[in-house]
Unconditional design. Structure first.
Lengths: 789, 179
């Protein structure tokens, strides 16, 4: 775009000669190829016989001389006056149509520049470091602060470096397979689901393909990045070379659909603005045809500005991409806008072609808390992928958003101030807008919601947490309030429960965390139940039917046994209306920790809890199903022991409270971690910056006071496999995988890095960078449990 | 133009398809012209250089290994044409007076300010002039300039940065960009 900008500017003062127009050049080449005499103006005489041009031109020149010699006279003018074909120019609208869209106006590059540059926060000082990088220091940091420069440099130095350097130290890379989920949503796992005969594994930066042949898996030799415009062109920026860093695209998520593999990623591109470098946020995705695992090919590639907020695969086979560009206002600090395509607005790229953001697809909000841009793009992936539409709007996802297959609701909350800059509560507003993807991407409705509407406090949405579109209404939930709008986003009604009426006899008043979620037309208000049968759940205390927005019907639940379960913290989707959650209960008496697994329906009207009191893990590592799972208490070091230099067993195992699911195979996996604590000696100076809780003071033989510090490291060593019935939600412990030893490139033993687990055809495959283990499910309880702990 | 289309056009052009070649050329012809114009005396000379470069390129396109390199390849050819022309200027000038590099690029009709800028521009080293022109006139990135000229990309940046600083210092320019 910089190039186009410069060219446009130069062309105004220096018209490109007509004879250089492409059609003229074509005519010239055509004439030469037909061996027409080329006597003309003196410039033609510059086609010298003794030129170094080979091939056709030499023969043409010879022919020309021959004609001259004969005495014929023919005239051919290069760049004559004959008409040149030009493509008809369709007038394009310069401003988006915003009729009926409250709070929005059609933007132009100029107005967008004004909006963004006016949005700059005055508290921040944009000062370049080393005349090279723009950065945003905290309010009280001054320009030229060396420590800030060092900090920023270290951030930049580390940003694009692959965090897991041991990807180069793989012991046996040929056996890595992982399992995952079907849809790409926000920041879900980067694991990929196998599709039968093939599987795909993703790390943060790479994708691997495997041909599944029972226990004999073979890695397919295909570099997923090799054909991409991203790696071949965008990554080739001299700034990386200058700073001796490697460009990296970080894979956000992947999914398989219709024999295609989609890979979504985030990255940064440096752009120089008048000798200052800004790192532009970018996201993108690639689609590969994986119908033939031996002939994978890249079929589509797209990049757009902003970090990826969501990439949704709809049931209709569309991809909806939502990104947020946080840095555009900073760019305006360095690139003043005069005309043409603006430098502060990075372009998109579709299959390697730079496509500027169209001026008539820019929408600017009348007010905004910050200079942030959201970009929404839609793609038809039914056949070969193509972009069907896109728009850019000055809004953010920070206040929440709701994305369905056909609509996106953005809600932006504003705190209004008076002319003195004082907060005025009654003026709080929320700006909601609806973006639809029917054919083209467009903003189809927009509205202001103000606190002052009617007399309740529930007329604004500060953080959109839940959403339903039912029966011609939109139900928006803000932790506890429900706002009901019509299809044009106009206010209809609102609902807020009366806290004094909530039953208080079965919830712990210490946990004041009453929340509301919406399912269909019903609002479920729930609260934390303390240690119900040893399991932390959140149970519903009030159900309100809002089918008639003007006449809510409330039902209070008085008996906890009748209350549906809503477990919302760290739940893992099992597809459909089921989810799983893992939690731990600490027993202060014996200092043990118990793991509990719940598999439950997320439909509040039909929720039940299945609690699995899992495997029994003892020190020998054998498994006995049906008993409570216990593990050692995490690291309580006897300081007296340390002071006496006694050996202390600092090794413990614990499980994570986040499980992951293999929906296709109805499997749940719970990672098991091992933590090791070490004690190292530190100097008195180092104690000043150390965590006081980790310090151990002792006296040495010469009665000098010295210090030691506890440090710990954790890494995954195993995984517990549980199968569930999607209909009854009953669970069955299958067992636990064995741990493997790992080795680095030097041959030294290192902690194996888990890359995933896959259940396929009755076998459990577990993969680390040390290799693969394959266990028959029937014999899983007898799988070798490593005694390497 | 996406790279797939570019590859197809390059393949056709290498077989003598003038339409395909003119499409490839059409993507960059303005930049080619302005690049030549910034280094030569007149628009006529610049247009001549571009046409000569086109003729060379069309005859040699079968040797182009990567379609994606078409742009930089065209600029390379044009660069050599420009150098040939500048040599002619210098030779002509030497017949009458001492060789003066700046005479090679002082345009026939310039305002005083333009002459001053061009004088200072001419005082830069050849590589500095080359890199600044490709960057500021033709709008190429450092990596692209590196491909065109064969100069290492980090060195390209240095040439551009140093050249601008020199000109700013000599002309006491306040604006941030020198074009």
């Amino acid at each position: 775009m910089r190039r186009r900008n410069i060219t446009n500017r130069l062309e105004k003062k220096n018209k490109v000669p007509e004879r250089l127009a492409p059609q003229k050049i074509k005519d010239m080449l055509d004439e030469l190829s037909m061996v027409k005499p080329v006597i003309g103006n003196e410039r033609q005489s510059e086609i010298k016989l003794n030129s170094n041009r080979g091939g056709i031109l030499k023969s043409l020149a010879i022919a020309a001389v021959f004609v001259l010699a004969i005495g014929g006279l023919a005239v051919f003018k290069f760049g004559g006056e004959k008409a040149v074909k030009t493509h008809p120019k369709t007038p394009t609208p310069q401003v988006a149509d915003t009729e009926g869209l409250t709070g929005l106006r059609g933007g132009s590059y100029r107005s967008l520049y004004n909006f963004l540059s006016d949005s700059e926060d005055e508290e921040y000082q944009y000062s370049p470091i080393d005349d090279m990088y723009a950065y945003m220091p905290d309010g009280d940091m001054s320009e030229g602060d060396d420590s800030v420069a060092e900090m920023f440099r270290s951030v930049f130095e580390n940003y694009n470096v692959c965090a897991a350097a041991d990807t180069d130290n793989v012991f046996d890379p040929s056996q890595k397979i992982v399992c995952g989920t079907e849809t790409i949503q926000d920041q879900e796992s980067v694991l990929i689901q196998q599709n039968g005969a093939s599987a795909f594994a993703a790390s943060y930066t790479d994708i691997y393909a495997y041909k599944m042949q029972g226990e004999q898996t073979a890695r397919v030799d295909y570099d997923f990045w090799s054909q991409t415009f991203l790696m071949n062109t965008l990554a080739d920026d001299p700034i990386f070379e200058e700073k001796k860093h490697t460009f990296k695209a970080y894979i956000v998520n992947t999914c398989l659909f219709d024999n295609k593999l989609a890979v979504a990623f985030d990255f940064h591109l440096p752009e120089e603005y008048n000798d200052i470098i800004l790192m532009n946020e970018y996201c993108g995705f690639c689609i590969y045809d994986v119908s033939d695992i031996d002939n994978i090919s890249l079929v589509y590639e797209y990049e757009q500005p902003g970090y990826l907020a969501s990439l949704k695969l709809t049931e209709q086979g569309k991809l909806i991409m939502l990104s947020q560009l946080d840095e555009a206002d900073k760019a305006t600090e360095y690139c003043r806008y005069s005309e043409g395509y603006p430098d502060f607005l990075p372009s998109t790229y579709e299959n390697g072609e730079e496509v500027p953001i169209s001026e008539d697809k820019i929408y600017i909000a009348n007010k905004s808390e910050q200079g942030v841009l959201c970009m929404v793009s839609a793609f038809d992936c039914s056949d070969s992928a193509e972009k069907t539409g896109s728009l850019t709007v000055t809004a953010s996802v920070n206040n929440g958003y709701a994305l369905t297959d056909s609509e996106l609701i953005l809600a932006e909350y504003y705190v209004d101030e008076d002319i003195n800059g004082n907060y005025v509560e009654q003026k709080d507003t929320t700006h909601v807008m609806k973006i639809t993807f029917d054919g083209e991407v467009r903003i189809s409705a927009a509205s202001y919601l103000s606190r002052s509407q009617e007399n309740t406090q529930s007329n604004i949405i500060s953080i959109l947490s839940d959403f339903e579109a039912v029966n011609g209404y939109y139900y928006l939930v803000d932790s506890s309030k429900v706002l009901i709008l019509d299809r044009d986003l106009k206010y209809v009604s609102s609902y807020l429960y009366d806290i004094d009426k909530l039953p208080s006899d079965f919830y712990d008043p210490a946990y004041i965390s009453t929340n509301t979620l919406i399912s269909g037309t019903k609002a479920y208000t729930y609260d934390l139940i303390s240690r119900d049968n040893g399991f932390i759940v959140e149970k519903c205390v009030l159900i309100t039917d809002l089918a008639d927005p003007k006449d809510p019907k409330e039902t209070y639940i008085n008996d906890p046994k009748d209350a549906p379960v809503i477990y919302t913290a760290d739940k893992t989707s099992l597809g459909g209306k089921a989810a799983a959650g893992v939690d731990s209960i600490y027993n202060a008496e014996d200092k043990s920790t118990t793991m509990q697994l719940a598999v439950y329906s997320t439909d509040p009207s039909d929720s039940k809890v299945i609690t699995y009191k899992g495997i029994d893990f003892d020190e020998t590592g054998t498994s006995i199903a049906g008993k409570e799972f216990k593990c050692k208490e995490l690291g309580e070091i006897n300081r007296t022991d340390v002071a006496e230099f006694k050996e202390v067993d600092n090794v413990t195992e614990y499980f994570d409270t986040q499980c992951y699911a293999d929906v296709q195979n109805n499997m749940i996996y719970i990672p098991v971690y091992k933590t090791e604590r070490e004690i190292e000696e530190i100097s008195a100076n180092e104690t000043l910056s150390a965590d006081p809780e980790s310090l151990i003071e002792y006296t040495d033989e010469s009665n000098k006071i010295k210090y030691k510090k506890l440090i710990g490291s954790s890494y995954q060593v195993s995984v517990i496999a549980i199968r569930y019935d999607p209909k009854t939600l009953e669970t069955e412990l299958l067992g636990r995988s064995s741990a493997l030893k790992g080795y680095n490139a030097l041959g030294d033993e290192s902690n194996p890095r888990y890359t995933g687990t896959l259940f396929l055809n009755g076998k459990l495959y577990t993969f680390t960078d040390a290799g693969m283990s394959c266990s028959s499910i029937k014999d899983l309880s007898k799988v070798l449990y490593s005694d390497t702990f | 133009m996406d790279r797939f289309r570019k590859a197809k056009l390059a393949a056709k052009a290498s077989q003598g398809d003038t339409q395909a070649f003119s499409e490839l050329y059409g993507e960059i012809y303005k930049q080619l012209y302005f690049y030549a114009l910034s280094n030569l005396r007149s628009s006529e000379d610049a247009a001549d250089a571009v046409q000569d470069a086109v003729l060379d390129a069309f005859s040699e396109i079968a040797k182009l290994k990567k379609a994606s390199a078409f742009d930089s390849w065209m600029f390379k050819i044009l660069s050599s044409k420009i150098k040939q022309k500048q040599k002619e200027y210098a030779e002509r000038a030497a017949e009458l007076w001492d060789i003066n590099e700046s005479a090679a690029i002082i345009k026939e009709s310039c305002s005083f300010e333009q002459c001053e800028i061009l004088e200072e521009f001419a005082a830069l080293s050849e590589n500095e002039r080359l890199c600044i022109t490709l960057n500021s006139i033709a709008g190429y990135r450092c990596s692209e300039i590196s491909e065109i000229t064969g100069i290492k990309a980090s060195t390209v940046r240095t040439y551009i940065s140093r050249g601008r600083l020199k000109m700013r210092a000599k002309l006491n320019l306040n604006c941030k960009e020198v074009t």
